[in-house]
Design a protein around this ligand. Sequence first.
Ligand code: SF4
Length: 317
Amino acid sequence: MTQSEKPSLELLIAAPRGFCAGVDRAIQIVEVALERHGAPVYVRHEIVHNKYVVDSLRAKGAVFVDELDQVPDGVPVVFSAHGVPKSVPAEATSRGLAYLDATCPLVSKVHRQSERLVAAGQHILFVGHEGHPEVIGTFGQVPEGSMTLIETVEDAEAVQVAEPEKLAFLTQTTLSVDDTAAILEVLNRRFPAIVAPKADDICYATSNRQEAVKAMASSCDLVLVIGAPNSSNSLRLVEVAKREGTDAYLIQRGDELDWEWLAGVGTLGITAGASAPEALVREVVDHIATRFEVHEREVKTAEETIVFKLPRGLEAA
Ligand code: SF4
């Protein structure tokens, strides 16, 4: 098929999309650790939820493990961007392991808030998704029983607390902005004295990516979100597009695209979750361009300039 015979496809590319400052920092921490210490560098859990990123770091000498007992003595270990329960660095210290904490500073902020609230005698209602590493990490900052997980509006309606006047809420950083607002509305109605953080803890990157998809989706016949199925913020982007009335699919790589999805599509929206590198966006666009004459346009709703410093000792020499 020659270029002129290809059907035409408008591509709207959301901005901001892809890597956030926390993911960028976490990847840099593993790379700098590899440079300074040499391979292998162990990483507890996927450093960020993206197979492409994990495979690239593995090729450079990173070894990904589920638990610390898989890390041999005497080698450095990095904790993932999602954060870890306090028991993990404590165990590393007790074994004399040198560890580097790649927890996103915005997750660490929630950790410190949880400690302060519990120290002040508050019980915390934590809005998040059960089983997500960030939720496990945040629950692991405070004694058992001092935090209750709220996943849905129904949970918020049903939760019973012993002392409603000693209550606070915190949230996971990668939630749906709209769903969280609905949950918080219920909590504020049921518990008027509930202590709120200054703003909810959904991070700037999550909010910005959702806002960008919202702005673009209604102009599209279909939206593709590039991200991993275990990436919370990527899954939320699919939901946001669908809520705007536009069908959406999550794909990890170009070869996961089903050409049948594009039948009858004149305008296609593309975005990427906070752990998906720009290389994957280009890969998907190039793949589409093998069958369509694509006309790209970026739909930008915010400028992101946030950069997080590397931990002390790892800054550029
Ligand atoms: S999505 Fe937000 S909280 Fe998570 S690593 Fe990125 S900036 Fe940090």
